[in-house]
Write a protein that binds this ligand. Sequence first.
Ligand SMILES: C[C@](O)(CO)[C@H](O)COP(=O)(O)OP(=O)(O)OC[C@H]1O[C@@H](n2ccc(N)nc2=O)[C@H](O)[C@@H]1O
Ligand SMILES: Nc1ncnc2c1ncn2[C@@H]1O[C@H](COP(=O)(O)OP(=O)(O)OP(=O)(O)O)[C@@H](O)[C@H]1O
Length: 279
Amino acid sequence: MNKTFLAPAKINLCLHVVGKRPDGYHELAMLMQRVSLYDTVRIALVAEGGVRVVCKGVDLPPGGENIAARAARRMLELSGADCGVEIVIDKAIPVAAGLGGGSSDAAAVLMGLDEMLSTALGKERLMAEGGKLGADVPFFIFKEPAWATGIGDCLETVPSLAPFWYVLVNPGVAVSTAWVYQNLGLTSPGTVARMPGFLETTAGVVRLLHNDLEGVTIPRYPVIASLKERLLGLGAAGALMSGSGPTVFGVFEGVEAARAACEELATVPGWRSFLVRAL
Ligand SMILES: C[C@](O)(CO)[C@H](O)COP(=O)(O)OP(=O)(O)OC[C@H]1O[C@@H](n2ccc(N)nc2=O)[C@H](O)[C@@H]1O
Ligand SMILES: Nc1ncnc2c1ncn2[C@@H]1O[C@H](COP(=O)(O)OP(=O)(O)OP(=O)(O)O)[C@@H](O)[C@H]1O
């Protein structure tokens, strides 16, 4: 049996660091949204035991295990199934980009194998299993725009978030999330941000745009500040770095201006741009 699943990217419309736990993880308050840029994850159940993953379209740095393989191994364990799993991932989401690509692949494998192996674990349990693989994974199983607290794994639905167009621009450098958090000096206890209201209008969302991690990533990669400037110059109502970076998104009300900006930024050597819609 084999099936294909789409694994979308995410952006963080705001990311406030509100504390640090004894284990080194940071407590956050974030607004997260999935967007229409997808990895394609093909999963096959095969007779030969074990898990094999092939990633097409990108060279993942050697040494680390693919997070999708860890997800599959866990599902085999939980199901007790007497088979193996082969996964082929077509990467469209830039890697180590602040777009949650690996986490989304892992979530797709958890949900996909839950269906294919008939484990019927349910959303809550799958989110809990996802949280053991990475802080962003539960969000991709939650599948709705979310107000995320805890380490990013306590999720509440955000009502009435307008479906904007976004232009994502990636400057072609890879940023390590662990490095960013390690270099975040928490000088004072963060203020506990609350779920924002007024999300139906562009102005409301633009007012919200804020990412505490920019303070670490931008000084190391100043190109991110240029990306923001370029997006604003091309008509974005607001622009922000997503997650730990370096990808920047611009918020657009109309698709025409967004498409024009996306095409213009794609001409810059080394940059990749994507016109996406909020999911
Ligand atoms: C930047 C974001 O993408 C925003 O959505 C997430 O906070 C990162 O989520 P993620 O990549 O799934 O994170 P994990 O794979 O669990 O952890 C990567 C590294 O980031 C750090 N980390 C992650 C999440 C968090 N709330 N605090 C942290 O300090 C951890 O030290 C870890 O070494
Ligand atoms: N399936 C995968 N796709 C992408 N990266 C993977 C995958 N499996 C393991 N990795 C490793 O995970 C690291 C982070 O990749 P990813 O693309 O998920 O980062 P990110 O978008 O910055 O994530 P986040 O926004 O959650 O911090 C990469 O350096 C890569 O080596």
